[in-house]
Design a protein around this ligand. Structure first.
Ligand code: ATP
Ligand code: MG
Length: 383
């Protein structure tokens, strides 16, 4: 019988933490595969096994988007019996004509009466007798045939990489400030990869930003939801607030003040929905509002941790991840995320906190925040 064998990471986790991690991973795998027939997910000592009725490749594609999985392979599962193991090994090796191989055995189940080395040697011998045109190379084999002796015997060769990270939902919730750009979806994904469930907020300024810019953010949420969660997107109608900033603050400070307002609104949403941190797509030095002085001023309005997983990355590295995770093509659609008319010609590059606070003194931001209209859109996985 063929079975999907899953290896998972973070083995350094200990005690209760580890059980929590493993149970959540099993739950997430079941959730990801709930549309398929005959799925059985089982966990034993450091491995998760998935049985399915056909659809193996589709199931594997789903598993490639489950955080916490480091490796996926299809294994043959047979009884703990030498002949059964020989037959499975011979069958497996028949597809590798012309190749060199070696057998590697692990035996966590010590009740099986042969040692690992012995099993490898015996199985290797049977393969040589029964499979044409294969030969042994213990130093540099084309194929490693793995045998694991557990409550059953599992045989497999080759392993596909999983995406790694920690199971989604094992590290709380955070609100991501999600624009339609390249960076923030990558930032969101990187925190999801560390187990953080996300809630998204998008600042929309119609008619200065088009509907299609909002649709882009919705599509980005859809893409992110494929990695294992429904996403609530909070669309903040930001027009009046932004016009007030434009009207009442020094032009060179409008961007930094707008960023501070966004953080305040995001923190409010986080508090309301039980999130404990904020996430942005900022990368040090990328633009005027991302210098160390600007980040200092932006950070000052919130007590929450602000996660900026891209802070030390080059644009090319960020682009590479966005292509890998599938957000790039959506992000580069040509609609502006934040209306260019509000961007000052000469933004301040090294703002001084006292001056910024003075610069926003004519805005009654608490009143604005209270009166904001926020639409909530639920983006379901598989939608
Ligand atoms: P991105 O590629 O994510 O748009 P960026 O390089 O364009 O980032 P900025 O425009 O300075 O950088 O924005 C910095 C961060 O502020 C973004 O990564 C995002 O987290 C947040 N942000 C900016 N504009 C918006 C918006 N309209 N709605 C929600 N968040 C936003
Ligand atoms: Mg942007």
């Amino acid at each position: 019988m063929d079975i999907i064998l899953i290896k998972y990471g973070e083995l350094a986790l200990k005690g209760d933490n580890r059980a929590f991690f493993e149970n959540k991973l099993v739950k997430n795998i079941k959730e990801a595969l709930k549309g398929y027939d005959g799925i059985k997910v089982e966990k034993t000592h450091g491995r998760i096994y998935v049985e399915c009725d056909g659809n193996v490749n589709e199931v594997i594609d789903k598993l490639k988007k489950v955080f916490g999985i480091v490796g996926i392979t299809v294994a043959k599962k047979v009884d703990l019996d030498l002949d059964a193991i020989y037959n499975a090994a011979i069958e497996l090796m028949r597809s590798y004509s012309g190749k060199s191989f070696k057998v590697e055995t692990r035996r966590p189940n010590k009740s099986f009466p042969y040692e690992s080395m012995e099993i490898s040697r015996m199985v290797g011998g049977k393969i040589l007798q029964n499979v044409e045109d294969v030969h042994v190379d213990v130093h540099n084999p084309d194929i490693v045939l793995n045998i694991e002796i557990r409550e059953k015997a599992y045989l497999y060769s080759g392993i596909t990489d999983g995406i790694g990270g920690m199971p989604l939902g094992t590290n709380g919730r955070a609100v991501v400030l999600l624009s339609g750009g390249i960076d923030s979806p990558v930032a969101a994904w990187m925190m999801m990869k560390r187990g953080v469930e996300i809630e998204a907020v998008y600042f929309h300024s119609p008619p200065y930003t088009q509907e299609r810019a909002k649709d882009k953010v919705i599509d980005l949420c859809k893409k992110l939801s494929e990695y294992g969660q429904d996403i609530y997107l909070h669309v903040v109608n930001f027009t009046d607030f932004q016009l007030a900033i434009y009207d009442k603050c020094p032009p060179k400070m409008t961007t930094i003040i707008m960023r501070r307002m966004m953080m305040r609104v995001a923190e409010n949403i986080a508090n309301k929905y039980g999130a404990k941190a904020l996430i942005t797509g900022e990368s040090l030095g990328q633009v005027a509002s991302q210098t160390i002085e600007s980040l200092y001023c932006t950070n000052e309005v919130t007590h929450m941790p602000v996660f900026r997983p891209l802070i030390g990355m080059d644009k090319s590295e960020i682009v590479e991840i966005s292509k890998k995770i599938g957000t790039y093509d959506i992000s580069i659609r040509p609609y502006e995320d934040c209306c260019t008319i509000f961007v000052p010609k000469h933004p301040i590059i090294k703002p001084d906190l006292e001056e910024v606070i003075d610069g926003e003194k004519n805005i009654d931001y608490e009143k604005f925040i209270d009166s904001l209209v926020i639409d909530q859109i639920k983006i379901k996985q598989d939608s």
